[in-house]
Design a protein. Structure first.
Length: 153
């Protein structure tokens, strides 16, 4: 079914939701490889190449974070890679999926609605308009009283 699954992580507790699901999915897909991406979108990250800047402390922390997740996945027997990108998250995720020959993008969503999405936009919403790949979205569950994350349309 799927051979390479791209998983955008944001360095938040929402990452656990999608990573739990992707572990099961990767196993069900004959041990599909997992490609983690974090898109740093601060000023330094957006201008690092054009201005020949060094990685900011935030970017260094993000790199350590995704590399640690990839290392943990590999210790659990998964094939995993970690990529740190900079810029517009939706565009970088779509470009990475193509560049890395992924056949699925799996991500957690916050479940924002209404004015919040109008003002800030939604990476998931923008991404689904950019990419031709299937995008699996799981709404993050951060409230212990709710059941486990459920896929969203």
């Amino acid at each position: 079914m799927y051979e390479r699954i791209l998983v955008p992580v944001e360095h938040t507790e929402y990452d656990d939701v999608i990573l739990r699901h992707v572990r099961k999915l990767a196993r069900a897909c004959n041990d599909a490889s997992i490609v983690l991406i974090h898109v740093a979108d601060g000023w330094a990250a957006r201008n690092i190449n054009q201005l020949d800047l060094r990685e900011s402390e935030e970017m260094k922390s993000d790199r350590e974070y995704i590399e640690a997740i990839a290392d943990d996945l590999e210790k659990e027997g998964y094939k995993a890679e970690a990529i740190l990108a900079g810029g517009d998250p939706a565009k970088e995720i779509a470009a990475c999926a193509e560049r890395e020959n992924c056949d699925l993008i799996a991500m957690a969503t916050h479940g924002h609605r209404g004015l919040s999405d109008v003002i800030r936009g939604s990476v998931a919403s923008e991404l689904r308009h950019i990419t031709m790949l299937p995008v699996l979205m799981l709404r993050g569950n951060l409230h212990p009283s709710e059941s486990d994350a459920r896929p969203t349309a």
